[in-house]
Design a protein around this ligand. Structure first.
Ligand code: HEM
Length: 290
């Protein structure tokens, strides 16, 4: 197979990827989950669910990166020291869920679908693995850096970086230069036009799988906010939150707000009793005053 760097008239893979995922990128940014995140309206519960999903996704991605590290269709973009996220996610999950974090988290349907696709690609179509690595890692090094600042501020996480390891890349000293290097390595991958086309399709698929995860996270988070009878409930996962002290407490679900109505007794019988009691007291006080 021809090396792409051997002077070809075709556009570089990195440019083609950016171009062909433009539309799905906008779609991903516009999911309710990402929009709320950008508006600093992410709750602690949502953030924890997000990290848990990412843990499964990166475990799969990094298993398959490892499997293909010597495969010429992937080796040039194998950067474990600079990019690997699994260990960072484990640290964050321990911070938020405590030492039993592995038993607390769950791989939900959309995340499982994404994970299955990564495992399939890594084992049976390794030439497409770069599409998944590109979507996640270059995304984390781009928009991910914006999300980090938002999360830190809106969840009031410590400035020492606890709970935000996922967004930190200690192995990358200059993000912009590293992204350039990564693009150059993608451009050096050996491939024919048909394979390039499949990679572009896989990258779009990868974005769509992310979108499905975000939609699922939004659904899961709202299930925790309102119970079947319409009452507001405290989600189980929040009860396990660590890192809470008087100075640095991750903000609790700020979209759960009790109204005065919610605090009134729920049955009309009790409400009427209170009204009658109030009226009787007023009349008695009136008589006494005369
Ligand atoms: C609120 C959500 C997001 C924001 C604000 C955001 C923002 C950005 C920005 C500013 C860039 C840099 C563009 C450039 O360097 O020219 C970028 C690039 C990128 N983003 Fe996002 N992004 C978001 C969500 C996502 C998601 C969910 C994914 C995929 C899962 C993603 C994947 C990427 C990728 C792969 C790139 C690199 C494009 C390239 O240079 O080829 N982004 N994003």
């Amino acid at each position: 197979m021809a090396q792409r760097s051997e002077g070809m008239s075709r556009r570089d893979l990195s440019e083609a990827l950016k171009e062909s995922t433009k539309e799905v990128h906008v779609q991903a940014e516009n999911t309710a989950f990402m929009k709320n995140f950008q508006r600093s309206q992410i709750s602690l519960r949502e953030f924890k669910l997000y990290l848990a999903s990412l843990y499964y996704i990166y475990s799969a991605l990094e298993d398959e990166s490892e499997r293909n590290k010597d495969n010429p269709v992937y080796a040039p973009v194998y950067f474990p020291n600079e990019l690997n996220r699994k260990a960072a996610l484990e640290k964050d999950l321990e911070y938020f869920y405590g030492p039993t974090w592995k038993e607390e988290i769950q791989c939900h349907e959309a995340t499982q679908k994404y994970v299955d696709r990564i495992y399939h690609v890594g084992q049976y179509e390794p030439e497409l693995l770069v599409a998944h690595a590109y979507t996640r890692y270059l995304g984390d090094l781009s928009g991910g850096q914006i999300l980090k600042k938002i999360a830190q501020k809106s969840l009031q996480l410590p400035s020492t970086g606890e709970g935000l390891s996922f967004f930190n890349f200690p192995g990358v000293t200059n993000i912009s230069k590293f992204k350039q290097l990564y693009r150059a390595r993608m451009n050096s991958l050996p491939m024919d036009p048909a394979t390039e086309e499949r990679i572009l399709e896989e990258a779009k698929k990868s974005f769509l799988l992310n979108i499905e995860v975000f939609e699922e996270l939004e659904r899961l988070a709202s299930q925790g906010r309102i119970s079947e009878n319409g009452h507001i409930v405290k989600p189980k996962t929040e009860l396990h939150t660590r890192g809470i002290n008087s100075t640095h407490s991750p903000k609790q679900d700020d979209r759960v707000q009790m109204t005065h109505k919610d605090m009134l007794p729920s049955t009309s019988f009790i409400r009427w009793t209170l009204v009658l009691f109030f009226l009787a007291t007023t009349i008695l006080v009136g008589f006494y005053a005369m």
